[in-house]
Write a protein that binds this ligand. Structure first.
Ligand code: C2E
Ligand code: MG
Ligand code: MG
Ligand code: MG
Length: 284
């Protein structure tokens, strides 16, 4: 009986793996088309200062409008793109599009805060600084108009080569933020080794604030440590006023989340800036 169930498990898993492989192949080929057929779009989610309540940044988030399936989440297609190498094309598109948008806003006399771009670990090769420099130059965008969000997986891989590339990017004038902080495998010691100026507390630790003791303890520890290391701290996925108050009392610098705004198309983000939309309940 045991042997039989192992066998049927095996069949079950291999069928599932087969399905997944097919799904990956489909997504990959459709993603290639998406790049050519303008199905991709960048949305922008504001980052607001917990002190002034003002919009002080934005994160560019990739959206795929599939002609049949509708909006496909980056949580679905980014991992496939990373696996297949298509992330290089996607990443190039994102950088180009963000810079085009920043320069369009400037042409419209809109003063915009820095825009953060997500980078996958795989994009982090020695040619990256040069590629970014070319795009910045093409659109006449200043490097401090761009921030780069990286994840802990890159730090864990943290060779001297990675550190050298980061230093090069920082020397060019771009700030680096560590995304999803606390979810990866990097130790606190890593943080000293890398030229990172901002930590983003992952949404999974924000969800339970201020009621879950463990989340409170983790958030407090991250903010305290970031302050010691003189790093800016951004809380991701803030949805409630209670979470906001708790984070503000901790001394967190910025908030990003549905409480203030979901990610929105460029025109809507521009409208928020023009209106001077601010976080309610700001202290001053
Ligand atoms: P991320 O960089 O951690 O981005 C934050 C995610 O949290 C976004 O999901 C955002 O929509 C979501 N979020 C923000 N505030 C809230 C909130 O209050 N509640 C909830 N429930 N969610 C909130 P999104 O846009 O689905 O992106 C998922 C992930 O896909 C991103 O996580 C990032 O890792 C990746 N991604 C998105 N765009 C790009 C890109 O251009 N390049 C790369 N390499 N990765 C990207
Ligand atoms: Mg991010
Ligand atoms: Mg994040
Ligand atoms: Mg996250």
């Amino acid at each position: 009986k045991a042997a039989q169930s192992i066998e049927s498990n095996f069949l079950f898993y291999s069928e599932e793996m087969n399905q997944r492989a097919k799904e990956h192949l489909r997504i990959e080929s459709e993603l290639r088309q998406a790049l050519q057929q303008h199905e991709l779009q960048l949305y922008y989610q504001p980052k607001v200062s917990l002190r002034s309540g003002r919009i002080v940044g934005a994160e560019a988030l990739l959206r795929w409008r599939h002609p049949v399936r509708g909006m496909v989440s980056p949580g679905v297609f980014i991992p496939v793109a990373e696996e297949t190498g298509l992330i290089h094309n996607l990443g190039a598109w994102v950088l180009e599009e963000a810079c085009r948008q920043i320069s369009a806003w400037r042409d419209a006399n809109l003063i915009t805060p820095p825009v953060a771009i997500n980078l996958s670990a795989r994009q982090f090769d020695s040619e990256l600084p040069k590629r970014i420099a070319l795009v910045l130059d093409k659109h006449q965008v200043q490097p401090d108009q761009i921030n780069l969000e990286i994840t802990e997986s890159l730090l864990v891989r943290g060779t001297d080569k990675v550190i050298a590339i980061m230093n090069e990017l920082v020397a060019m004038g771009m700030a680096l933020a560590l995304d999803d902080f606390g979810t990866g495998y990097s130790s606190l010691a890593y943080l000293k080794k890398f030229p990172i100026s901002t930590l983003k507390i992952d949404r999974s630790f924000v969800i339970g604030l201020p009621y879950e003791e463990n989340d409170c303890a983790i958030a407090r520890a991250i903010v305290t440590m970031a302050q010691q290391l003189r790093q800016e701290i951004v809380a991701e996925g803030v949805e409630t006023p209670e979470q906001m108050s708790f984070l503000r009392e901790l001394g967190c610098d910025q908030l990003q989340g549905y409480l203030f705004s979901q990610p929105v198309p460029a025109a809507e983000f521009a409208a928020m800036l023009r209106e001077g939309k601010r976080l309610a309940f700001a202290t001053h």
